[in-house]
Design a protein around this ligand. Structure first.
Ligand code: ZN
Length: 663
């Protein structure tokens, strides 16, 4: 993306995010999920990180929480209440750590990790140990005074305890934490709302926020809210974030029991995975963990960027929805000849894995979604289900989106497309379309030695519309495979690794993999050896091809025809974007012009290997001995060729002599 394009995208994202904020906070409605909105915010944040001079003060990334409502008195925070930057993967977490390490190269980093509750942030200020005020985050500088309501929450003490055990306690002690509602209460509350024909709460955060911002404290009291403290603003002698937690508990405020002191990011990841497993069993919602640089001095030194602390990060659990861009739509043919439209997506992290494709099912679904190529869409991956596009965000269009053209010819074989009456599906009229393509892919996979990608799986991937040509294999992401039948996390991972391994290949194997008619392994090898570079082969004339040893006119014609076909060249272009042909040093032609015959078996290598070696060095192999034969290589138990060579006076060499020759 160019800077100009990024600028336009940033503007579009800002207005889209603001629109959703507006309807959420002012109109109390929600058009898209929190996860989808988070995804848009994250894209905006990443773009702004890439082009920091495009950050404007009105950007949603520069904002904390919501503005205070007029119905409450305002409280100016003693210190700004910042928000936390989100990361969604371990890779992003490592990048966060690398940024810190650059700013504090000598620091020994350790972390305090705690669960991130899905509630409402609250600031409590105690004066001489007595609760003075409670405020929402508001815009980060000024919050709403909800002290009266907060006093109804049993978990929050009106007077701190054990202050006599602290040396010189300050007059004001501020604690920050999270007000939250239990799942049970949330469900009960929504049932009651339904009965009263009132609007249900979209999520527990919403419900907790609505409950503390009541004008009547009795309503707040009825909502059975709870509170956990997580930050101590004033100095009670704490040196680490962990000690802050201990002190908060000591002075009488509950803390969440789920936390871990982590010596490195590996331990953070362990805690993340552990809490992710515990998540459903908890009586309150958590949506990730918060990772803090444990050393408070260092945390302060690292400072603030925008409205977030550098030394803190929220490591969110995988969301089931995310936004991404439709880069193309292809039509893949399945076994029954049905063409399935499939969206090629800008790879996106969803449900914990990266996904690059989503089926659009059929033409009616394309119409229903109103989807175009280039659109930003909301993708959903709930549980083990194949990801699907659920909504288009048309306001993010630039005007350069393209209509999806329903093909009138099969994109794979060029045959006519048919649509049966009363069916939404379109078909390729060529009954062999699938079978031919299947054979091509199967041959390719074998030649590239991609382990685990057997014929059954290839057929399955073709039927799901995930692949329709060999190049598609290299665009598969783990998340595309995982939800498929017979697949699990491990098998998906194994196949992706096997595919990655095949991204480096030598020229001969690559040519063989293309499946050109009459080009077997030996011919592919001869071509690679003679031309050394792919462009020289694709542009060779028939005469040029015939100069290659052992290539006659029929084979030359077949190779020539293959590289004249535009479709084949497109496939090669696509493949070369994904795989790298390694330069094979052209072996010195030390055996050029010499002809060999092999007889008997060799100890150090199979006969085929010996043949390959001879050919590589420019020698010729013959199956029978004649006067023209230069050498007969005699292994153990040689056959009649040995006797014939003797008769004709052809030079006979043993295995050792041969090995010296090819060294
Ligand atoms: Zn076809």
């Amino acid at each position: 993306m160019t800077k100009e394009e990024a600028k336009k995208r940033i503007e579009k994202l800002k207005s889209e995010i603001n629109h959703h904020r507006y309807i959420y906070h002012v109109l109390d409605r929600q058009e898209i999920s929190d996860a989808a909105l988070d995804s848009l915010k994250h894209e905006l944040y990443e773009l702004e990180q890439q082009y920091p001079d495009l950050i404007t003060s009105d950007s949603p990334t520069q904002r904390v929480g919501g503005e205070p409502l007029a119905k409450f008195a305002k409280i100016k925070h003693r210190q700004p209440m910042l928000s936390i930057e989100d990361v969604f993967s371990f890779e992003e977490l490592k990048k966060w750590q690398e940024r810190i390490a650059k700013l504090a190269p000598r620091a020994r980093l350790d972390y305090f990790a705690e669960v991130k509750m899905d509630g409402l942030a609250l600031s409590l200020v105690y004066k001489n140990g007595i609760l003075l005020s409670a405020a929402t985050r508001g815009d980060g500088k000024t919050g709403e005074d909800i002290t009266r309501n907060i006093k109804t929450i049993e978990a929050i003490p009106l007077r701190l305890i054990n202050l006599d055990k602290i040396k010189n306690p300050p007059q004001y002690i501020e604690i920050r934490g999270e007000v939250f509602m239990s799942k049970k209460v949330f469900e009960k509350l929504n049932k009651e709302q339904e009965k009263k024909n009132e609007k249900k709460f979209a999520n527990p955060r919403n419900a907790a926020a609505g409950s503390v911002r009541q004008l009547d404290p009795k309503i707040t009291a009825s909502r059975q809210l709870n509170f956990y403290g997580y930050d101590l603003i004033d100095d009670l002698g704490q040196k680490t974030h962990q000690q802050s937690h201990e002190l908060i508990k000591q002075i009488g405020i509950p803390i969440n029991p789920l936390f871990a002191h982590c010596k490195n990011l590996g331990e953070v990841e362990d805690f993340y995975k552990k809490t992710q497993k515990q998540r459903d069993g908890l009586d309150y919602w958590i949506d990730g963990i918060v990772v803090n640089v444990n050393d408070i001095d260092l945390l302060k030194k690292l400072g603030v960027v925008g409205k977030t602390r550098r030394g803190m990060v929220a490591y969110k659990f995988p969301a089931e929805q995310a936004t991404t861009i439709v880069e193309n739509v292809s039509f893949n043919v399945g076994r029954t000849g049905v063409l399935t439209p499939v969206a090629d997506l800008k790879p996106v992290l969803i449900g914990g894995t990266i996904v690059s494709r989503a089926t659009l099912h059929n033409i009616d679904e394309i119409k229903r979604l109103g989807i175009k190529i280039g659109d930003t869409v909301i993708l959903e991956k709930a549980g083990d289900v194949i990801p699907k596009v659920i909504q288009v965000l048309p306001k993010l269009r630039t005007g350069r989106e393209k209509e999806i053209k329903i093909p009138d010819k099969c994109l794979i074989c060029g045959s006519k497309i048919e649509r049966k009456k009363a069916e939404v599906a379109i078909y390729c009229s060529n009954k062999n379309c699938f079978a031919v393509q299947f054979r091509k892919i199967n041959h390719f996979v074998k030649a590239m030695a991609i382990d685990g990608l057997g014929p059954k799986i290839i057929e399955q991937l073709m039927n799901e519309g995930l692949i329709s040509n060999p190049a598609d294999i290299y665009e598969l992401e783990k998340g595309d495979l995982e939800p498929l039948e017979r697949f699990g996390e491990k098998s998906a991972q194994n196949i992706i690794e096997a595919i990655d391994k095949s991204r480096k290949i030598n020229l001969a194997d690559f040519i063989y993999a293309l499946g050109i008619r009459h080009v077997g392994e030996e011919t592919a090898f001869a071509l690679a050896n003679y031309f050394a570079e792919l462009p020289k082969i694709t542009s060779a004339s028939i005469e040029g091809l015939q100069k290659v040893p052992d290539i006659g006119s029929i084979v030359a014609q077949s190779i020539y025809d293959y590289f004249q076909d535009r479709k084949n060249l497109e496939l090669i272009d696509k493949l070369l974007k994904q795989i790298k042909i390694e330069k094979t040093e052209k072996a010195k032609q030390t055996l050029a012009g010499k002809s060999f015959v092999l007889t008997g078996s060799l100890d150090s290598m199979a006969r085929d290997e010996a043949k390959t070696m001879i050919r590589k060095l420019g020698g010729d192999i013959s199956s029978s001995v004649s006067k023209k034969t230069d050498y007969v290589v005699a292994g153990s138990e040689p056959g009649s060729k040995f006797d014939k060579a003797k008769k004709l006076g052809v030079k006979i060499i043993n295995e050792n002599e041969f090995l010296k020759m090819i060294k």
